[in-house]
Design a protein around this ligand. Sequence first.
Ligand SMILES: [Zn+2]
Length: 232
Amino acid sequence: MAFLADLFQFFFPRTCAVCGRRLTPAEGGLLCAACQLSFPYARPPYVPGSQLERRFWGKMPVVRAAALFRYHGGSDSAAPVLRLKYAHRPDLGYQMGRQLARQLLTTDFFSDIDVIVPVPLARVRQFVRGYNQSVAIARGLGDVAGLPVETRAVRRTVNNPSQTKYAAHRRAENVEGIFRVVRPRAVAGRHILLVDDVATTGATLASCGAELARQPGVRISVAVLGDAGGRR
Ligand SMILES: [Zn+2]
């Protein structure tokens, strides 16, 4: 089996999710040793009352919020997300979801969460991409935390406009009312962990969370890979 693993490595070498350099056998994670050192991991990923959490106050019944790293567009921290979304690497989302869950398991973050709900893509975008990166992250989180992932409770009717074209306040206006709960019984009365790849203003997550919270007894926590907002 070791031989087969070596052979697989030869044809499908593991590469660093930031710089793309081939990983050595000693580099067991997703990043090479050099990128790992400078990568802006959020330490710790969950801080009660963090700036990330406060972005959702007053918009949905948020309980907790966590991010694996600080996201800066155009920097090293953007590379894994770009690969995840545009280079057909859903495996990166899954692995980073697992990484985040392992860190959160050392806290009470998952304590009363019932179900994980990835923010859906509009059908056309998911068809074009072939997968929803948020589902990949959610599955990684769910496998490590031992929680179910519910992908069919909520639908997205339209996608956000491209993030490069609109200022933050424009985006916030454009995501209202784009989500619809289609399986209310799958979410009613639950504490939902809502998952997305990156939170910038948080408007997309808040729009989805507010729609879920129209069901009775719903509470929402948030987990993202990248926190692109202000200071924590
Ligand atoms: Zn690297």
